[in-house]
Write a protein that binds this ligand. Structure first.
Ligand SMILES: Nc1ncnc2c1ncn2[C@@H]1O[C@H](COP(=O)(O)OP(=O)(O)OP(=O)(O)O)[C@@H](O)[C@H]1O
Ligand SMILES: [Mg+2]
Length: 390
């Protein structure tokens, strides 16, 4: 364009252009999109708008007209093309991110790491629960022997019981006792805003797990996707039904998934779809109850193992004084007692917990508990002894 800037340009028609071209009058042209500016051989300038076809270019070349393409036009074209490519790539990346986020799972993120693994000795459990869990580990460790004797080992378990009693913790302990990869997901991850994404996510999860030679999958809060369709719970929607069906079909693919052991955890066994709890699917149930006195003492011990205790601290007596509390309540009690000791200790001295620290916290807990019981009595008119904490 710069080539002709500032000079008087006469607009000519396409017919005039064709005639002058035919009579070899045109010296040079600059093509910019659909417009042509040029010079006749007498050095006068012209411009016109025309469709620039390959035929026209060929005629111009045959007539030995000097042709230039405007770099501005080319740049605009390049910029437009680049923008289209960037938008296209952006849409692709966005689609890919949505797909990756909603329809697929990254197993690496779900793997229980060495730091997360525990041992059964790190968790306070009754002998009965310990026996059941050791049995799972025994099956896994000796799987080949069982198979050689034509005996299929159970591949689906449910840990159930009130909240805060170590179901999630116990899975980490199982992971520390067996030497196969262990993965943990929460069933709430399966619920996706996009239609069909939940079942696709479950399918992708099992497909990836099957690539392992042998592994354990822990599905925490499994009732989140497997609610039983009965009158006690609200009607489940189609997406949830599809997720349950997908889960059932993955659990049923026994031959192909025989190396994937599935352990579910729930606070509400009664909320889980019966089809999932059938033998052969998640057919082995292990109840994780509130801790008994012996376990209560052990939980306090575990949670206070890194802090100095005064000689008067008697965990056995404390465990005896409190009841109907969960492992989480006890771990919280231990934490608060530690805070008390740390707040009291002077700079440079090692904090030491005393029986007084416990008494103070237990007194607070008792008051909170009494207030809670009173509120329930006021609301429902019932005094439930299981709410008695201390
Ligand atoms: N048996 C136990 N031994 C040692 N600590 C325990 C035990 N049970 C609970 N705790 C303590 O309580 C915390 C909560 O336990 P966890 O998350 O495993 O309970 P949960 O049964 O999975 O609860 P939820 O049903 O609410 O998921 C643990 O991090 C631990 O500090
Ligand atoms: Mg849990």
């Amino acid at each position: 364009m710069l080539f002709f800037q500032g000079e008087g340009l006469t607009t000519i028609s396409f017919s005039e252009f064709s005639d002058r071209l035919e009579s070899n009058d045109i010296k040079s042209v600059v093509i910019d999109g659909n417009s042509i500016v040029g010079k006749f051989k007498d050095e006068s300038s012209f411009k016109l708008v025309s469709i620039i076809s390959n035929d026209l270019i060929k005629i111009l070349r045959d007539k030995r007209v000097h042709i230039l393409f405007s770099t501005e036009a080319i740049n605009a074209d390049v910029i437009l093309n680049s923008i289209s490519i960037i938008i296209f790539l952006g849409v692709l990346v966005f689609g890919w991110v949505i797909y990756e986020k909603n329809f697929t799972i990254s197993l690496d993120d779900k793997l229980i790491t060495e730091e997360e693994k525990l041992k059964f000795s790190d968790v306070a459990i009754s002998d009965e629960v310990k026996e059941s869990l050791e049995m799972i580990c025994h099956f896994i460790k000796n799987r080949k022997n069982f198979e050689q004797s034509n005996c299929d080992i159970p591949t689906g378990y449910i840990l159930y019981g009130p909240p805060g009693n170590g179901k999630t913790l116990l899975f980490r302990a199982i992971a520390g006792e067996v030497n196969i990869p262990c993965y943990s997901v929460s069933a709430s991850e399966f619920s996706k805003p996009l239609m069909g994404a939940g079942p696709a996510y479950i399918r992708d999860l099992f497909e990836k797990l099957r690539k392992n030679s042998s592994c354990i999958l822990f599905i925490d809060e499994i009732d989140a996707v497997s609610r039983r369709n009965n009158s006690e719970t609200s009607a489940i929607n189609n997406e949830e039904r599809r997720m349950i069906t997908q889960l059932l079909s993955e659990l049923d693919g026994i031959k192909s998934r025989k190396d994937v052991i599935v352990i579910g955890a729930t606070n509400h066994l009664s909320h889980i779809d019966k089809a999932l709890l059938r033998p052969g699917r998640l057919g082995e149930y292990i109840h994780i109850p509130l801790p008994e006195e012996k376990e209560r003492e052990k939980i306090l011990n575990i949670n206070l193992k890194n802090i100095q205790r005064a000689p008067d601290v008697n965990l056995e007596e404390i465990a005896h004084r409190i009841s109907n509390c969960s492992g989480a309540d006890l771990s919280d009690l231990a934490k608060k007692v530690k805070y008390n000791a740390m707040n009291r200790s002077h700079k440079g001295t090692i904090p030491t917990i005393t029986m007084d620290d416990f008494n103070r916290e237990l007194e607070k807990m008792k008051r909170i508990n009494e207030a809670r019981v009173e509120q329930t009595v006021n609301q429902h008119g019932i005094r439930n002894s299981s709410q008695q904490f201390i």
